[in-house]
Write a protein that binds this ligand. Sequence first.
Ligand code: ZN
Length: 291
Amino acid sequence: MKNIFKQIPFRVFIYSDKTLAFFEIKKNYFKIVFFISLFVLLVVSYFFVTNKNYSNIQTFKTENTEIQKLKSEIKNLNTLIDEVSIQNNAFRKMVNLPTLNSETQNGGVGGSSIDNFLFKKPSNLFEDIELMKNKIEIQKQSFTEIEKKYQLNKKMFASFPTLQPMNGIYSSSGFGMRMHPITANSKFHYGLDIVNDVGTKIYAAGGGIVEFAGKHSGYGFMVEINHGYGYKTLYGHCSSILVRERQKVNRGDVIAKCGSTGFSTGSHLHYEVSLNGVKKNPIDFFVDTKN
Ligand SMILES: [Zn+2]
């Protein structure tokens, strides 16, 4: 080092205003300047490097906090999805759909273990987010299925013959064996007789399409409604008919008036319900009354 400074191949002179003469800067001076510069450089480098490390540590700490927050959020979201799954299954039961088991709800993957995946590397967290997305997608599809089934059920329930077709006395002649009032023979009575004055309104017991509206030999003026799903209702002995064949009717629509046409002893409605061609007791279907 000593030699290097001695070997500097030039000499430096500075002109002094005070002495009005040049004086030479000794080579030792360069040596001092060099070492001071080196020292300053080292100090600056040290601070630069340590400060960078410090800032890296701070970044890691911040990122770690973010990851912890993310894990916590994933846990919360999974709890939320589980709650939605329970509600989803409750709705499925309500609309008569089979419930989804936990394997299906977890996207076809065995039971989720939140604690397991929370200790995975961040890169795996993204896989778990993907799994969560699958779970949410399954819930979404299930809700669509519930909505469709609900609409179907609504249509089906609107069609069922649940309304009492006329106000009046229901007890005189019910569904079952009875002595026929005209022939006096013991015969099975497949309908329900409801007694009231001529002209009393007769209502469609459920929504459907009028299949027959006209005169029948035994039932006189008669209406038959096809409700779909195998259900039909029949309204006999009417005094007048207010609907035509192939007309769409809703539950509660006035379709005819009470009378005593056909094979009848007095003013009453003969009402029948059949399911897939088998006569059923109408009383078993009554849920609503029209007032
Ligand atoms: Zn009858």
